[in-house]
Design a protein around this ligand. Sequence first.
Ligand code: FES
Ligand code: FE2
Length: 330
Amino acid sequence: MTRFAHSAALRTAWYPVALATDVGDQPLAVRLLGEDLVLWRSGDGSAVAAPDRCPHREAPLSLGTVTNGDLACAYHGWSFGDGGRCVSVPSSGPDATIPPTAHLSCVKVQERYGLVWVCPGEPASEIPRIAQEDDPVFRRLNTEVEQWATSSPRLVDNFMDFSHFPWVHTGTFGGAQDPYVPKIELSQLDDDFFGYSYEVDAANPDEATAVSGSDEDVVHRVMSTGFALPFVVRSTIRYADWLEPILLLCSTPVDDVTSLFTFVVWRNDDHSIDPEGILAFDRAIGAEDKAMLEQVPGTLPLERVGLVSVQSDKPSVEWRRRFAAMIGVE
Ligand code: FES
Ligand SMILES: [Fe+2]
């Protein structure tokens, strides 16, 4: 198994760790790349992320409470406001000078696509751009952030691969697909995503009609799937020449063998379809991947000789090659 979570290069990327709506007036504990962080929303409405460790006696700040945007530690009540600035040390009285080392060393935060993204170090890249976010024809649907007992490299390997659809996804859309995978050509799909285009026939059970916009038993999907290093995957789907859902599949490494997973959907439908009907089917697809991946032990071997790969693995092998180069694995 190739450990990766300690890699310095991974500290320069952005990771979605929570729904924006989950960061509010309760501290939220998240673990990213093996480090514990606390998130809350400060008085100016911005999300704050900092190590989940009080500078006083190291109590987890996520045990504290937020009042008017200030997070008070549960142990001795020191409290922290905008930008993690320590604003109160109750035992020293209201007029005491706050020690300069009492302020929190915050980590960088951005809110994008309904998600709170964190970069634990100095950002070396941007959050991948999704053009449909600014297109009023598209609406965005978010779903919860789940913790999966699998490594983020295995998630990306899975999302870049469509040869598992007729095996893992028989309970949802995979049952109508020819298992044969024609020759795959990889290309730069746009400025941010590298991947490939392909076409599949997808089963279209009753639960899928809201997603596909069709009540046929089988629908044809024209698709592209691409990655943005390290762990973001985007799939585009076109049904019947007009409906074009975009899925952003976000894997965030909690540690080497645990991940946060959430997906975001943009759709150019007439906005009348109940979002829950759409998300329920996509969640069921995710649950099929989760059930398989949680049975595969350890993280994905990154060395070239570690696994047997065939033609249909070309996209995930290319992701693995670039990811290994990024973190310095030969
Ligand atoms: S440990 Fe947080 S205030 Fe003392
Ligand atoms: Fe899958």
